[in-house]
Design a protein around this ligand. Sequence first.
Ligand code: ZN
Length: 298
Amino acid sequence: MLLLLSVVLIACSMSARKPIKTLIITGQNNHNWQVSHLVLRDILENSGLFTVDFAISPEKGQDMSNFIINFKPYQLVVLDYNGDEWPQLTKTRFEEYAQKGGGIIVYHAADNSFPHWEEFNKICALGGWEGRNENAGPYAYWSDGELTKDFSPGIGGAHGSQHEYILIGRDGEHPIVNGLPNRWAHAKDELYGLMRGPANIASLLYTSFSDKSVGGSGREEPLIFTVDYGKTRIFHTMLGHCGPTYQDNPAMQCTGFQVTLLRGAEWAATGKVTQKVPKDFPTSSFITYRFDYKEAVE
Ligand code: ZN
């Protein structure tokens, strides 16, 4: 009987999954990183699937030489950084982490950073601003039922005024989006457009139409996708412009943002998504919110 009990206990402890060790890199951003990195942590940790550490850089213009990151303990790295160049050792280690298949999330303005770092731009697939133009690579947008690459000259990166918009699914089979509605309404946010880069998108998950009436590009823009980068799993979400405070932060409080982030994060770290489709996911006509960054207990 005692033997049987210990066998059962071992089986139970094995089935309790170890949380995914995650590192959020931040400390400089043209956005409110002081809030966004805490929100990202809380979304991830409140799911029970992740434990999060931070790597916080010196302030802009300060000496970066001691900003040395050890990526080895982590299964997932979340980029919430847009600022000064990292020291070469940290860049090299990040490339090694990526090339060995470590999971990566590119979040919102992280894809603005490092316009001249070639490997970084391959990890993002698309980026914007910071002087990007046709030399950064083509535009990529949805046209005539497929992802079109457009090599015409012009700026890289733009957005109109913030507004609510509809995300449209383009690859319903991918584990990140499988079971989610094909159209869902997103809270007030920026809608990135005219992004440029190597455009090595692996699976285009969601696009949204960038309406000229609100200063947009007039194109169906890729906003959530995975990146083709060897065996590495990279999830890139352009959603989630951070609001002024933790409590006043609609784009990140949107359930659709949080759920796609959580599913993308699990997939990037493990290659699988074990999360069920939640009942509070938005529909094409109703935006839903998780104001405290967690799923409501029923
Ligand atoms: Zn923004």
